[in-house]
Design a protein around this ligand. Structure first.
Ligand SMILES: NC(=O)c1ccc[n+]([C@@H]2O[C@H](COP(=O)([O-])OP(=O)(O)OC[C@H]3O[C@@H](n4cnc5c(N)ncnc54)[C@H](OP(=O)(O)O)[C@@H]3O)[C@@H](O)[C@H]2O)c1
Length: 238
């Protein structure tokens, strides 16, 4: 297989600082029950997302968000220029996690000419999907049923020098990062909408199981703009 094998999990290896960025409705939903693209926030919030993205070395997204939101994960020219002034690469590294490796190799994410992304997958990937992704990304294969997020972050630090990473969703991925205690900060934009229902996902996916432990947060920023409120929270570890 043309994939790189990845190191085994270890909690002691250095990893990037992990921030996350989400827009939520007033009733705490990140999408509709049909998992339609997250377009309910304002242009100001979308610009803020790009600014947070461009302040990071890498962007991490789950496979379902990639396909639901048809993301390229780029940044506009002014933010690229600002990064280059800070002696950073023009684009943050784009990183996808997919246990199945079922990714559309013809999607703009892979074909738009941006620098090559990184994909972490598992032994569930078929040879066909593996071949389709060859040459389109750096592909890391974890010999397990699920991508080991701790090992993936350590690989990003070690092989790519990533020091600061933003997770842009979705809820399933954020939940998995929280369970593994891999989240350091959270940006949440509170939006003036209410969706209701039990099937629209929350920050930690479709409401269901409790997390193994609650995550304690400290509010570090709160900025109302128009009808939205931008908040920033630091994870507090005992
Ligand atoms: N409001 C917002 O700010 C916001 C932000 C982002 C996304 N969203 C919305 O959220 C929805 C998608 O979220 P989602 O929760 O369904 O999916 P998701 O978190 O985007 O992706 C989940 C997928 O990530 C992959 N994955 C790989 N390793 C994993 C691991 N260790 N643990 C968990 N997942 C792993 C799996 O892909 P495979 O299935 O390929 O194995 C899994 O199915 C969309 O509707 C999107 O619009 C909203």
């Amino acid at each position: 297989m043309p994939a790189k094998s990845s190191q085994s999990a270890t909690a002691v290896l250095p990893r990037p600082f992990v921030t996350a960025n989400f827009a939520i409705t007033a009733d705490g939903r990140i999408s509709t029950r049909n998992l339609t693209p997250a377009t309910f926030s304002s242009p100001r919030d979308k610009r803020r997302l790009l600014e947070i993205r461009s302040g990071c070395d890498a962007i991490l997204v789950g496979a379902r968000t990639l396909s639901a939101d048809s993301m390229k994960l780029g940044i506009p020219a002014d933010l690229r220029a600002a990064r280059e002034k800070r002696r950073k690469a023009a684009w943050p590294l784009r990183v996808i996690v997919s246990n199945t490796g079922r990714l559309d190799a013809r999607a703009p994410f892979f074909t738009s000419g941006l620098p090559m992304p990184v994909v972490f997958t598992t032994r569930k990937i078929t040879t066909r999907n593996c071949t389709a992704l060859t040459g389109l990304c750096d592909l890391y294969l974890h010999l397990a049923e699920k991508v080991n997020l701790s090992a993936a972050l350590a690989t990003l630090r070690e092989d790519y020098g990533i020091k600061r990473l933003v997770c842009e969703g979705g809820g399933t991925l954020l939940r998995a990062l929280l369970v593994a205690d891999l989240v350091d900060e959270l940006h949440v934009t509170l939006c003036p909408r209410i969706f209701g229902g039990t099937k629209a996902p929350t920050l930690t996916g479709i409401a269901g199981e409790f997390l193994p432990r609650s995550t304690q947060l400290r509010l570090t920023e709160m900025l109302p703009v128009g009808d939205e409120c931008f908040t920033r929270w630091r994870v507090v570890r005992a």
